[in-house]
Design a protein around this ligand. Structure first.
Ligand code: ASP
Length: 629
């Protein structure tokens, strides 16, 4: 039903500029004549007095209307609703002792209103927007994103954007002080391979050709090094057309960095300095540097992932030897085929009941996708170990031997997964995270200590079964370790890269490498990746050519700005730290992008639509595409 417009309430603003924001006034402003402007957050009518919490980005101030002060203003205030925009003039007075609100920075005072201007009215908002309600969990995210301008009025979101702003400032200051130059690189560029699909932009002036939006400015920043810029950084948008499972955004922001003559140590040092400044400025905490380092191999074997969460234990242990002659056919055949048996000791879980163990088994098979879970329980009363495997299938001594190896004993639970690497490591890593959550060992976002770790010594390439060829672990511009160069042709899987990732609390927050800077090695790399010489010249000729003209050694890193802000803000989703994010389907429900375009636009670009049968374009677009077929 259409709402009454209440247009008669609106009046010109006769008050001039505001004298204070809604977060400014304190007890020592008593008797000051002030002008405040903002949104009606809440209204309370107390027969003869109307209280309004007036809200802006800076806070809330209680303003009070009484008929004795201004009859017309009092009447109008009685018709105000949430989110109306008003200007008030009045006098600051202290609140009575029992009315002081210690949770509010302006909680000691209120403003007695002499004059009211209603600057605009608001329809009933589709969801409650109030400084008194930090999280609107009951409102679906799409509704909030559709009315993002309302959602953004929530202090929690505004605080996140302010934190994000602060992060830009500290970052820019940090790099500026160290002689880095912020250089913008093109948004309309040519495809670079960072492992995702490109977003493409058709060219009108060059019919049939496309720009690609940068997955990162990787090649440009390298060209800046060849161009002698020496130290570059940029806070830059990157675009990757990926399936939006988990928490990803198709456009995201990086702090992108590159240095000439860089060594790994210099990149670590520089990045740790930035983190320390960010944590000092934004969190008020001292970070301990240098950060610990862990090889990719150790991370995989101990945590089952290259982004380990070091805030809790439950490490993986290889107990293959203990079970080698156990007689249990499943284990024996896995080990014979070169596989691994991995065990996790869960302290103080030896008495976990059958139902909970059944649920855990189900999680392991259904969610994690392992073939099965074998477990051994050591009751806390010291009674005999129990296993979910008949003693005919495997005598108990083998479980005990494995438990001895990993230090599991009375009161503990030992969980065992078996399979081939790397799958079994990934599965055990997922089980570890699941246990960490179930046992409340993983602090919530924003809580608990922050644990950074550098992951180093990555393999240069891995074999992609689907593609039937090697693919880069990072990207094709990453330098192999010089001492492994001779393995490049015959044993590429044994070549380690000069690459590193920075991980925080189980999140990859950055990655980079020392780069290849000579043409021969770069060509060798393309060969290895199955990119033939012609294609390499066609796609990356500019870089190969640049390497012929005195390209200096160089290296760098890129940090995921959105994720950093999310972790610093203690937010649960990237969407909570981006002003206008895309939803899980890659759409922006407010402006409705992506959207159909006019047939004339397609025509100018020489494009015709060839849509799948289940996609129905609007009539006008449909007419055009039918014409085309
Ligand atoms: N361009 C890389 C990325 O976006 C980072 C780097 O190697 O500096 O992941």
């Amino acid at each position: 039903m259409a709402e009454q417009p209440r247009a008669d309430l609106i009046s010109p603003d006769t008050h001039g500029p505001r004298s204070h924001t809604c977060g400014d006034l304190r007890a020592d402003h008593e008797d000051a004549e002030v002008t405040l402007k903002g949104w009606v957050d809440t209204r309370r009518d107390h027969g003869g007095l109307i209280f309004i919490d007036l809200r802006d980005r800076y806070g809330l101030t209680q303003v009070v209307f009484s008929p004795q002060d201004n009859e017309a203003a009092y009447e109008a205030a009685g018709r105000l609703r949430r989110e109306d925009v008003i200007s008030v003039r009045g006098t600051v007075r202290p609140r009575g002792d029992e009315m002081v609100n210690p949770d509010l920075s302006t909680g000691q005072i209120e403003v007695k209103v002499q004059e009211l201007n209603v600057l605009n009215t608001a329809e009933t908002p589709p969801f409650l927007v109030s400084a008194h309600e930090e999280r609107q969990m009951d409102t679906s995210e799409d509704v909030r994103l559709k009315h993002r301008y309302l959602d953004l009025r929530r202090p929690a979101l505004q605080d996140n954007l302010v934190l994000r702003h602060d992060l830009y400032q500290t970052t820019r200051h940090y790099f500026d002080e160290k002689d880095f130059v912020e250089v913008e690189t093109p948004v309309l560029m040519k495809s670079t391979p960072e492992g995702a699909r490109d977003f493409l932009v058709p060219s009108r002036l060059q019919p049939g050709r496309f720009y690609a939006l940068p997955q990162s400015p990787q090649t440009y920043k390298q060209l800046l090094m060849v161009g002698g810029m020496d130290r570059y950084f940029q806070i830059v948008k990157c675009f990757r057309d990926e399936d939006l499972r988990a928490d990803r955004q198709p456009e995201f922001t990086q702090i992108d960095v590159e240095m000439t003559f860089a060594t790994e140590e210099q990149v670590y040092d520089l990045t740790e300095g930035l983190m320390a400044d960010l944590w000092a400025d934004l969190e008020g905490t001292d970070l301990e540097t240098p950060f610990p380092r862990m090889s990719y191999d150790d991370a995989l074997r101990t945590y089952g992932t290259d982004k380990p969460d070091l805030r809790f234990g439950l490490e993986l242990n290889d107990v293959s030897d203990a079970f080698a002659d156990s007689g249990f056919r499943v284990f024996e055949s896995i080990v014979d085929d070169g596989g691994h048996i991995l065990a996790i000791r869960v302290p103080d879980a030896g008495d976990t009941g059958r139902a909970a163990m059944d649920r855990l088994e189900e999680h392991v098979t259904e969610e994690i996708g392992a073939a099965g879970l074998i477990y051994f329980q050591f009751p806390s009363d010291g009674s005999d170990m129990e296993q979910n495997l008949s003693t005919d299938a495997m005598p108990k001594e083998y479980g005990r031997a494995a438990a001895d190896q990993i230090g599991a004993g009375t009161g503990d639970l030992m969980l065992v997964l078996a399979g081939q690497a790397p799958t079994v490591y990934h599965q055990a890593g997922q089980l570890r995270l699941h246990l960490g959550e179930k046992l409340n060992l993983r602090p919530d976002p924003g809580e608990g200590p922050d644990r950074f770790v550098w992951i180093t010594d990555f393999p240069l390439v891995e074999y992609d079964d689907e593609a039937g060829r090697y693919v880069s672990m990072h990207h094709p511009f990453t330098a192999p370790k010089p001492e492994h160069l001779d393995r490049l042709e015959d044993n590429p899987e044994d070549v380690e890269a000069r690459a590193y990732d920075l991980v925080l609390n189980g999140n990859e927050i950055g990655g980079g490498s020392i780069r290849i800077h000579n043409r021969e090695t770069q060509e060798q790399m393309f060969d290895l990746l199955g990119i033939d010489r012609d294609e390499a010249q066609e796609r990356f000729g500019f870089l190969l050519d640049a390497f012929r003209h005195g390209a200096p050694p160089h290296g760098g890193i890129a940090l995921g700005l959105d994720r950093l802000v999310m972790l610093l803000a203690g937010a649960n989703s990237l969407r909570d730290v981006i002003a206008f994010p895309k939803n899980q389907s890659g759409q922006e429900p407010m402006v409705k992008s992506p959207d159909w375009v006019d047939p004339e636009q397609l025509e100018a670009l020489h494009l015709q639509l060839d849509l799948p049968p289940d996609v129905e374009p609007p009539a006008q677009v449909a007419r055009r595409s039918r014409l085309a077929t």
